[in-house]
Design a protein around this ligand. Sequence first.
Ligand SMILES: Cc1ncc(COP(=O)(O)O)c(C=O)c1O
Length: 398
Amino acid sequence: MSTIDIENSLGITFCERLPLAFTHGQGSQVWDEAGKQYLDFTSGWGVTCLGHCHPVVVAAIAKQAARLMQSPNAGFTYSPERAALLQQLQKVLPANISNAYFCNSGAEANDAALKLARKITGKHKVISTQGSFHGRSFNTLSVSRGPDNSGRYLPQLPDICFVPHGDTAALAEVIDQQTAAVIVEPVQGEGGVRIPPANWLAQVQELCHRHDALLIVDEIQTGFCRTGKFFALEHSPALIQPDFITMAKGIAAGFPFAAFAVSPQVNALVQKDDHGGTYCGNPLGCALSNTVLSYLLDHNIASRVQLSGGFLLQALQDLQEKFPLLIRQVRGLGLLCAIELHEIALARRLTLRCAEAGLLVVPTRNGIIRLLPDLLVKREDMETAISILQQALQDSAG
Ligand SMILES: Cc1ncc(COP(=O)(O)O)c(C=O)c1O
């Protein structure tokens, strides 16, 4: 028998662990072991888009779990649940997309896109953006953040280069006929809610076309109404027709599930054995994702997020006016919001103070905290969150 260090078994994290243990949740609230209530403005890192334990989510899981969770042959046969989900996805994916494949996590979806882009183009070079985040698998780490990140796992994937997010001229300098793909987040999430100039994505697309490179749009954090459009690429004034679009997080409101969808040109070169996995497209995930999509569409959640996001951003801007010496900038698109502080260490103190006062926020690198409430968050919960933040800033100022 082994002796597992239970106390520290969560020791390897990507940010500082809060001294808390949550036992249950409802809507935008969660409760810890001691019964204390918190407002969850993390949504489990942008995942629980309908809040915790939404009745339609719980019912969809229970219903499908009682029917079939895993296909006998891991999904090689026709699956009614998968077919139903694909029907639904057709309604929201960009018009040029012809096929979608399922995975278990965002990293896997991006990994598959990178792998296929290299295979399909026969080229190696991949261009990503500084400060990006595309996952923690070996391939996706190599295209995340910048050379400072991938240097830890040498030798990293070769032929990767990074350009500043939102900088078309920098991309134009490095993209060439050797480029297999450019991978971008329409708005950087983990990078601290970096919103590029409105035309940037169209310009990236144009550069990709000119150099026969494939465009991979990572909508893992921004998709499923998070930014007030079903996908953030819809904010672009020009039509964006990506070669790959990758999805996870909100796609199944809390169940580990993900997908990548491709254009017909890409799909024509996808062969047997190119993608798969024991749980990919399992009936439980498909049934749940189908339910989530229906809910988002039937209740016009994208419009709701535009309104809620507008309210939250305005409130954050008011906070910045009150605390200009503490807050460098606030940014937001829909319910993907960030507060960037002048002092990097203040992000940690604020995160802890907010948690003490019953508000959970997302600590982010470089002195940033993010607010990612669920998409159904109520006005009064946003007001409570802002007043907790205000008090926490007040305490830090004084
Ligand atoms: C934009 C983006 N891409 C990829 C990922 C990785 O997804 P996962 O954690 O499901 O592997 C994330 C996770 O935060 C993300 O925000």
